[in-house]
Design a protein around this ligand. Structure first.
Ligand code: G16
Ligand code: MG
Length: 218
């Protein structure tokens, strides 16, 4: 039976994509690279260094920098991003999420966070949601990012649960692939095309409901 729920952060609990976009756009412009919102879609759920590599490749400057220079560029982007997320408050929780988390805790489910973001713990604090989560995966300890199942498997292990006892919730296709490969039931939030591999799809977070998800399982 189901004992735990494992959440992605960006796009499921809150929407940090705009802040990431703002910080990456400014960093990229320092190097003569212009990125738009459409390009930014590719960066969702992707780690910080993988995001930088994609931006440099997009700008045709992939091979020009040393690892140390790229670390400095990623740190500069993160400095601006951290300033932007300081302004976040519980009003930035996506619709329906607080009710859903409250419902899950009322029924004693264990909750885990499986976000690629190293800023996950700070964001949960800003949203006043840290108390709902029993565990947070530290993405810096992982060998492989999404779509590899490692992050969801690690969350289950940290909760003391088997993967089959967990449900994963994601908004990115790479994240759904990660959940499915972990052999968990996948709940996808998003459009039909990007969520086509999800076991159960919702068009937005306000549709999150424990009863509906459990009905889909049986
Ligand atoms: C999030 C975002 C990605 C971001 C990544 C790493 O993933 O969707 O755009 O690049 O975290 O973030 P940071 O630079 O803060 O470590 P997720 O897994 O929460 O959707
Ligand atoms: Mg996401």
């Amino acid at each position: 039976s189901v004992k735990g729920f494992i959440f992605d952060l960006d796009g499921v609990i809150t929407d940090t994509a705009d802040y990431h976009f703002e910080a990456w756009k400014n960093l990229a412009s320092n190097y003569g690279i212009t990125i738009d919102r459409e390009f930014n879609e590719q960066l969702k759920g992707i780690s910080r260094m993988d995001s930088l590599n994609r931006i440099l490749e997009f700008g045709g400057r992939k091979t020009e920098f040393t690892e140390a220079q790229k670390e400095a560029m990623a740190a500069e982007k993160n400095g601006e991003y951290v300033k932007l997320i300081e302004k976040m408050t519980p009003e930035h929780i996506l619709p329906g999420v607080l009710d859903f988390l409250t419902e899950l805790k009322k029924h004693n489910y264990l909750l885990g966070l499986a976000s690629a973001s190293k800023n996950g713990p700070v964001i949960l604090e800003r949203l006043n949601l840290s108390g709902y989560f029993d565990t947070i995966v530290d993405p810096s300890l992982l060998a492989k990012g999404k779509p590899d199942p490692e992050i969801f498997l690690t969350a289950a292990r940290q909760l003391g649960l088997k993967p089959e006892e967990c449900i994963g919730i994601e908004d990115a296709s790479a994240g759904i692939e990660s959940i499915n490969k972990a052999k968990m039931f996948s709940v996808g939030v998003g459009d039909k095309e990007s969520m086509k591999e999800a076991n159960y799809r919702l068009s937005n977070t306000s549709e999150l409901s424990l009863e509906k998800i459990l009905n889909r399982l049986s």
